[in-house]
Design a protein. Structure first.
Lengths: 112, 114
């Protein structure tokens, strides 16, 4: 069945460092791909999405490109801030049930 | 403000005592869903509803029930909770159940079953 694999965390970076969180997927058909962010004590918020191959999603300085050939959707940010500290989830949605299939989440901690 | 609300936010209960977690959205969304979040497993779908009176099982439906009598509400019912249902629960809604729909999540309900 469909699945999403994220890099293990936690990831600890200094402020202004470059961030990459790897995400790969297995799916039949052509899923949509998402990154959600969960700040401490809060629900999930959509960070960005891409609906077809080679699409680039971007928001708040974060970017991810839908790479069909490598089945990947890696999250990147050029300069992280302390306020980016959160748990990041990669997810895919395919088919007609609306179900999101999530990776296990990656905790990011940014130190001043 | 467009939002998904859940109540209660925190609940500690005992095995076998029936409980209901409410979920309500004010965006007139047709699609609603419940997920549970467990460490190392991400979020897994419990049940979903495409519209009023239309519900279906997700990946982990055992031990749960849902109903969708009104468009805005989608309660999650645990008839006889067990300790393995201790988890963080999220309700979500979307304007479309298709692959392009963006799902909006509630703040979560942390349930502990003793």
């Amino acid at each position: 069945g469909d699945s999403v694999t994220q890099m293990e965390g936690p990831v600890t970076l200094s402020e202004e460092a470059f961030l990459t969180i790897n995400c790969t997927y297995t799916a039949t058909g052509y899923p949509s791909l998402f990154w959600y962010v969960q700040y401490p004590g809060e629900g999930l918020q959509l960070l960005l999405k891409a609906t077809k191959a080679d699409d680039k999603g971007s928001n708040k300085g974060f970017e991810a490109t839908y790479r069909k050939e490598t089945t990947s959707f890696h999250l990147e940010k050029g300069s992280v801030q302390v306020s980016d500290s959160a748990v990041y989830f990669c997810a895919l949605s395919g088919g007609n049930t609306g179900k999101l299939i999530f990776g296990q989440g990656t905790t990011l901690q940014v130190k001043p | 403000e467009a939002q998904v609300t859940q109540n209660p936010r925190y609940l500690i209960t005992v095995t076998g005592k029936k409980l209901t977690v409410t979920c309500s959205q004010n965006m007139n969304h047709e699609y609603m869903s419940w997920y549970r979040q467990d460490p190392g497993l991400g979020l897994r779908q419990i049940y979903y509803s495409m519209n009023v009176e239309v519900t279906d099982k997700g990946d982990v439906p055992e031990g749960y029930k849902v109903s969708r009598k009104e468009k805005r509400n989608f309660p999650l019912i645990l008839e006889s909770p067990s300790p393995n249902q201790t988890s963080l629960y999220f309700c979500a809604s979307s304007s479309s159940g298709g692959p392009l729909g963006t799902q909006y999540f509630g703040p979560g309900t942390r349930l502990t079953v003793l």
